[in-house]
Design a protein around this ligand. Structure first.
Ligand code: COA
Length: 142
């Protein structure tokens, strides 16, 4: 019995509504349809897991990348009732494998680790970026 008996691993983005809903249900910040459409169309790689029985998208992750050397993993999310079963790790391993198999040697693979994902990422071999640190530019309404 493996995860793939119950779930289908799909290379590509989920439907827009399911993408937005999965972000919301996983507790991530909500995005507009316009923002979501850009994420779906503009990612370098996307994968998601669909529960075979219901057809629902239950987990996802994606890579924003230049195809050369810079690859940023984003939108790692699993529906709360499906967490702790290895789906996040399967998604993470899939996106990392795709980068390793497709990108030129020595890709720079990054992510911003929110607390719920930290152990997962550490177990998969990610380390803190030292002495650099991630920064953001807060949005100010013009
Ligand atoms: C981060 C997130 C995507 C992880 O997804 P997930 O599907 O729960 O991930 P996994 O099931 O692969 O791993 C989670 C835990 O379950 C454990 N696990 C995996 N398979 C298991 C199994 N069969 N039985 C018991 N535990 C298991 C893992 O070891 C891990 O435990 P740990 O955190 O104590 O190390 C999910 O928690 C989430 O969506 N969080 C909210 C959104 C968020 O913050 N996303 C991260 C943005 S950076």
């Amino acid at each position: 019995m493996t995860l793939l008996d119950d779930f289908e691993l799909i290379a590509g983005p989920p439907p827009l509504e399911e993408y937005l809903q999965l972000r919301k249900d996983a507790g991530l910040s909500q995005k507009t349809r316009q923002q979501g459409a850009g994420a779906l169309a503009g990612s370098w790689f996307f994968c998601h897991l669909r529960e075979t029985a219901s057809g629902r998208t239950v987990a996802m992750g994606r890579v924003i990348g230049d195809g050369g050397w810079c690859f940023h993993i984003a939108d790692m999310a699993t529906l709360p009732e499906f967490q702790g079963r290895g789906l996040g790790r399967l998604v993470l391993d899939t996106v990392v494998a795709h980068i390793r198999e497709t990108a030129p040697e020595n890709p720079y693979i990054t992510l911003i680790a929110d607390p719920p994902g930290r152990r997962l990422y550490e177990q998969a071999g990610f380390t803190e970026i030292n002495p650099s640190r991630g920064m953001e530019l807060p949005w100010v309404r013009p």
